[in-house]
Design a protein around this ligand. Structure first.
Ligand SMILES: *[C@@H]1O[C@H](CO)[C@@H](O)[C@H](O)[C@H]1NC(C)=O
Length: 302
């Protein structure tokens, strides 16, 4: 679908579908995890026309939502980086339906050679990327008293080392090609400290938060932005799987929604809106920010 009008119609129809599915989530059915459909009350734009992006963790959840939103707003190419070929190819075909070329890059974020191959593979197909989204993450549990060194190292490899390797490669290319690009790191509200069972996870995301600021400071003279989003509790398909495994309760989402002030968890589409803003020229000179995206206020007390 390359006709822009058809694109627009298609995008507004998926927005309507998304609204319906959100109602379904909010009212009764925890089975509905439409993480993949961009949500927006804004008109579709073509602000990413002719631009290409790399999204890690793009085969599901927040990453997939960002990839599809980029496509809905005119991106010409998106590389979706992940481990699962079936899901990767599924996202590529959804990107195609939105008029955007997709490339699935199979990579494990804990493998240095895999991660190092990502940017060259994108460039071989699309040329230098205008934006990079580090959305892949390992949410492995672990307490201070018994977290293994192996799990600690894996968390840092996936959550901190991979974003470093990718940001280095992508922004070196942007600098060489004089592209004023943008990097968005998906972090977590847990990076402020976090729950006791998320010891290594919180620490690794804290590292990513500081890296975001350090990189932003270095990249500012090249007019390349680097920002982070501290996402709160998000209703993604991965979270659904984890919650059902841990609680055995298929209806956890409904109950979780009742306990939070806005009556629902964060949706992947909510994050996609902000990520796309930060990737676009609309965010102006905003760089080095790590934005808390949650309904819990850090530092607030009752
Ligand atoms: C890949 O994703 C598909 C679809 O979600 C799932 O059925 C399959 O089990 C996944 N494969 C692996 C190896 O995780």
């Amino acid at each position: 679908m390359t006709n822009p009008v058809a694109n627009l119609l298609f995008a507004s129809s998926i927005f309507a579908a998304r609204l319906c599915s959100f109602r379904a989530v909010a009212s009764s059915s925890p089975r509905t995890f439409s993480t993949s459909i961009p949500s927006s009350s804004l008109p579709r734009s073509s602000r990413f026309k002719g631009k290409t992006f790399i999204v890690t963790g793009g085969t599901s959840g927040v990453g997939e939502s960002i990839a599809l939103q980029l496509a809905a707003e005119g991106a010409s190419g998106v590389s979706v980086v992940g481990r699962n070929e079936t899901r990767g190819n599924g996202v590529v075909s959804k990107l195609r339906d939105l008029g955007c070329e997709g490339l699935f890059i199979k990579a494990s974020m804990d493998s240095v050679p895999d991660v190092q191959a990502v940017v060259p593979k994108h460039e071989e197909r699309f040329g230098v990327a205008h934006g990079l989204v580090n959305s892949a993450g390992d949410t492995g549990r672990g307490w201070l008293k018994d977290q293994s060194v192996e799990s600690w190292d894996r968390l840092f490899a996936v959550n901190a080392r991979a974003p470093f390797i990718l940001t280095q490669a992508a922004t070196n290319s942007m600098i060489r090609s004089k592209i004023q690009g943008s990097v968005v790191n998906i972090i977590t509200i847990t990076s402020h400290g976090g729950q006791p069972y998320l010891c290594g996870y919180a620490a690794s995301k804290g590292a990513l938060s500081t890296f975001t600021k350090n990189a932003a400071h270095q990249l500012r003279k090249d007019r390349i932005k680097c920002n982070g989003i501290n996402i709160g509790w998000t209703a993604s398909a991965a979270e659904h799987k984890l919650q059902v495994e841990e609680t055995g309760d298929e209806k956890w989402l409904e109950k979780a929604g009742e306990k939070v002030p806005f009556g629902r968890l964060v949706q992947p589409g909510d994050i996609a809106e902000l990520a796309c803003f930060l990737l676009s020229d609309k965010s102006g000179v905003c760089t080095g920010s790590v934005i808390d995206f949650d309904q819990m206020v850090i530092g607030g007390y009752d």
